[in-house]
Ligand binder design. Structure first.
Ligand code: FAQ
Length: 314
């Protein structure tokens, strides 16, 4: 077969995407596509791993055995999600070591949401309800992403996330049906987690440098603003059911658009958190670096065992 020109390769690549076929690791792909996917998938993996930290804070203080078991299982799921995603990222030609190094040296981002503290038990409910709820809206779309390993990881992750969301909602429902103080605790958690949850979807479309390419390559099939609106429309009735109120005086149903209007997000806060100055950024990074350093002997032992087995087989 004659060798294809760069233009022919690019045309075939885009046609495959337009025909809704997966791009697989050994297929030819545009270098910019590879780099952007590696960026997004590795950031996503880091988010899952850092996302364990705010919840881990409450394992020893969960109010009963059932809650503790559910929280432990949820956190373990998140470690698993991180692993699927690191594996998917590795198929793009970067080693696990390189990917982790970018994270541990602060070069790679992770989701802004995990830089907020979990002050009360209701925060664990709010994380499940709002943070997992927002993550699902985004990840359901990513199940149809054009890169095969990412899309397949997302299908499995989404199944588990829906339990996480229900777990959180149920915690808040119990608090909202409880004493006056418990309901106030739920309201306080909503007040603190609502706006940061909206920030999870990223900047407005007009300020989002990657949306154009990622949409053309069908990694993104809905934009940051579309997904954020979907999340708001779905979540406000749930808050009504709980009997608590979103901390947004501009939030109201718009008959004409068929969506909720909402107030302006504090983008200055978002930028501060993303650039490392959120309430818990330093604490989170220190915890991750310490865990990685403390785990060195486990990695060394596993490598030594693998080498021993390989030598024996040889
Ligand atoms: N935080 O041009 P865009 C979870 C960055 S998993 C920090 O719009 P893009 C599970 C963005 O990376 C949650 N940085 O970028 C769980 C880019 O920076 P760069 C994580 C943010 O990629 C639940 C720059 O701003 N989910 O929660 C954020 O087209 C409970 C420009 O932005 C994912 O990662 C942010 N919120 O759209 C675990 C989903 N937003 O790379 C535990 C996959 C934007 O140029 C407990 N990712 N940035 O330096 C995505 O869908 C996309 O990457 C977006 C951003 C939508 C996050």
């Amino acid at each position: 077969m004659p060798e294809l020109s760069q233009l022919e390769l690019e045309t075939r690549f885009q046609k495959k995407i337009d025909d809704n076929l997966y791009i697989e690791p050994k297929d030819w792909m545009l270098e910019k596509y590879r780099q952007n996917l590696l960026r997004q998938i590795s950031q996503h993996a880091h988010s899952e791993v850092v996302g364990m930290l705010p919840e881990a804070n409450w394992i020893t203080r969960a109010p009963n055995l059932r809650r503790k078991a559910a929280l432990l299982a949820k956190i373990q799921d998140e470690a698993g999600h991180g692993l699927y995603l690191y594996s998917a990222a590795e198929t793009l030609g970067s080693s696990r070591e390189q990917i982790l190094n970018a994270f541990l040296t602060g070069k790679a981002k992770y989701s802004s949401i995990f830089n907020y503290p979990t002050l009360t038990w209701a925060d664990i409910g709010a994380i499940g309800w709002l943070v997992d709820g927002a993550a699902i809206i985004n990840q359901v779309m990513l199940q149809r992403a054009s890169y095969g390993p990412y899309a397949r990881a997302m299908i499995r992750i989404c199944r588990e996330e829906s339990f996480h969301q229900r777990q959180g909602f149920e915690i808040l429902l119990t608090l909202c049906r409880g004493s006056k103080d418990q309901k106030a605790m739920a309201q306080d958690a909503l007040n603190r987690w609502w706006w940061p949850s909206l920030m999870m979807f990223g900047p407005h479309d007009k300020d989002s440098p990657h949306t154009g390419d990622m949409t053309k390559w069908r990694v993104k099939r809905e934009s940051n603003d579309e997904l954020r609106q979907k999340f708001i429309d779905r979540t406000v009735p749930q808050a009504d059911f709980l009997g608590i109120t979103m901390p947004d005086k501009d939030l109201k149903w718009n008959e004409t658009t068929g969506h909720y209007d909402f107030g302006e997000i504090n983008w200055e806060e978002f930028n501060q958190v993303v650039s490392g100055n959120g309430p818990c950024n330093r604490e989170r990074m220190n915890a991750r670096v310490k865990a990685h350093t403390d785990g060195k002997w486990v990695r060394d032992a596993a490598t030594a065992y693998a080498n021993k087995k390989r030598n024996k087989a040889a």
